[in-house]
Design a protein around this ligand. Structure first.
Ligand code: UT7
Length: 331
C-alpha cells in the first residue's frame, strides 16, 4: 500500500517595501558596496519600517496568499507552525497571533526556534503530523524581522540581514511525491559564536543590558562561516547519498541565503551548476527563517511536478539540515 506523504500544495510570501541598499549602509557604517557584494553577494535587503509592526504582520499576507492560491479558508487550517527568532513577543507564540489575525479558528499553533534552520525543522515536524494521518492541512511559516535585533552601527552584522516571510501548505498525498526525506542536526556548543546575550532567563533585560547593546545579534562571522560551509555541504551531500540521488537527478538546490560563498561551496560539493541553484540573496539578504520559503515563493512558477529539490540550511544553535522534496504540482 502507498504510504501517505506530505506534499507542499501552495506557497505564499511577503517582503516589506523598503529597500536598504549598500549605498545607504555606506552612509551608516564604515563599509562599501564592493566589500559587501564580494564577501556576501548582497546588494540590498528589505526592512519593515512601520512602527508597531512585527513578524506576524509579514506572516499574515504570506499565509493569506497561500490560502487564496489553494482556494481554502483559514478556518480549514488544522495546525500552523511558525519558525522565527524574532517573535512578536517573548510569549505567546507568534503562530498563535498569526492564527488570530487570519481567523484560523480551528488551528492549533506553536513556534519553533532553530534560527536559520527553523523552516526545515518546522517543515519536518509538520510532515510527521501529516504522515500520521491525524491532520490534513498544516501551514509552515518561516519569518523574521531581523531589523528588530540588528545593531545598525555594527558593520559586521548590519550588512547581512533583512526582513521577510514565506509560508507553505502541507497536505496528504497517496503518491511518491512531497517531503521524502529530511536530515536535521544540531550542536549547542556552537551557540557561543552566534547568539543574543541578554533578554533571556539567564540575563533578563535591564537598563545596563540595553546600554551594553546586548539585545542585538552577536556573531563571530569567521567561525560561523567555517562551520556553515562544512555543515551545509556535508548534510546536503549525505542526504543525496542516502537516497541514491545524483546531481543529474536534482532540479534545484534551495539553499539558506546567508552568504553566496557558502551557497557556492554547497553546490560544488553536490556537483550542481549555478543554473540549478535558487539565489535571491542579492535582493533580500539573510532573512533567517524566511530564506527558504521565500525562494520557493519566487521560483514557484518554474517548478514542475516531479522536480527533485534539496532544501539546505545552517544557522544559530548551531542547527543545520537538508530536506528532499519532490515537487507536487505545476503552477
Ligand atoms: O545565517 C546564519 C549563519 N551566519 C552565517 O552563515 C554568516 C557566516 N559568516 C559570514 O558570512 C562572513 O564571515 C561575514 C560576511 C560575516 C564576514 O566576511 P569575512 O570574509 O569572514 O570577513 P572577516 O570577518 O574575516 O573580515 C575581513 C575584514 C576585516 O578587516 P581586517 O581585520 O582584515 O582589516 C573586517 O574588519 O573585513 C573587515 N570588515 C568589513 N569591511 C568593510 C568586516 N565587515 C566589514 C564591512 N565592510 N561590512
Amino acid at each position: 500500500m502507498q504510504k501517505t506523504n506530505a506534499a507542499i500544495t501552495a506557497v505564499g510570501g511577503y517582503v516589506p517595501e523598503y529597500r536598504l541598499t549598500n549605498a545607504e549602509l555606506e552612509t551608516m557604517v564604515d563599509t562599501n558596496d564592493e566589500w559587501i557584494r564580494t564577501r556576501t553577494g548582497i546588494s540590498e535587503r528589505r526592512i519593515l519600517k512601520e512602527e508597531g509592526k512585527g513578524s506576524s504582520d509579514m506572516a499574515v499576507p504570506a499565509v493569506l496568499e497561500l490560502c487564496r492560491k489553494r482556494g481554502i479558508s483559514p478556518e480549514e487550517i488544522d495546525c500552523l507552525i511558525c519558525a522565527t527568532v524574532t517573535p512578536d513577543m517573548v510569549f505567546p507564540a507568534t503562530a498563535n497571533i498569526i492564527c488570530n489575525k487570519i481567523g484560523a479558528t480551528n488551528s492549533f499553533s506553536f513556534d519553533i526556534m532553530a534560527a536559520c534552520s527553523g523552516f526545515l525543522y518546522a517543515l519536518t515536524t509538520a510532515t510527521a503530523f501529516i504522515e500520521s494521518g491525524r491532520y490534513k492541512k498544516v501551514v509552515v511559516v518561516g519569518v523574521d524581522k531581523m531589523s528588530s535585533i540588528i545593531d545598525y552601527s555594527d558593520r559586521t552584522t548590519c550588512i547581512i540581514f533583512g526582513d521577510g516571510a514565506g509560508a507553505v501548505l502541507l497536505e496528504p498525498v497517496e503518491e511518491n511525491i512531497g517531503i521524502l526525506d529530511s536530515l536535521l542536526k544540531s550542536d549547542g556548543s556552537g551557540s557561543q559564536f552566534l547568539h543574543m546575550k541578554a533578554g533571556g532567563s539567564v540575563k533578563p533585560s535591564t537598563v545596563e543590558t540595553v546600554l551594553a547593546k546586548e539585545h542585538y545579534v552577536y556573531q563571530e562571522g569567521q567561525a560561523v562561516f567555517k562551520f556553515a560551509v562544512k555543515g551545509m555541504a556535508d548534510v546536503s551531500y549525505e542526504l543525496m547519498e542516502r537516497n541514491n540521488l545524483t546531481a543529474d537527478d536534482i532540479a534545484w538546490l534551495v539553499p539558506h541565503q546567508a552568504n553566496l560563498r557558502i551557497i557556492d561551496a554547497t553546490a560544488n560539493r553536490m556537483g550542481l551548476p549555478r543554473e540549478k541553484i535558487m539565489i535571491n540573496i542579492q535582493k533580500y539578504g539573510n532573512t533567517t527563517a524566511g530564506t527558504l520559503p521565500l525562494c520557493l515563493w519566487e521560483w514557484e512558477k518554474k517548478l514542475k511536478k516531479g522536480d527533485n529539490l534539496i532544501l539546505s540550511a545552517f544557522g544559530g544553535g548551531f542547527t543545520w539540515g537538508a530536506t528532499w522534496v519532490k515537487w507536487a504540482y505545476n503552477s
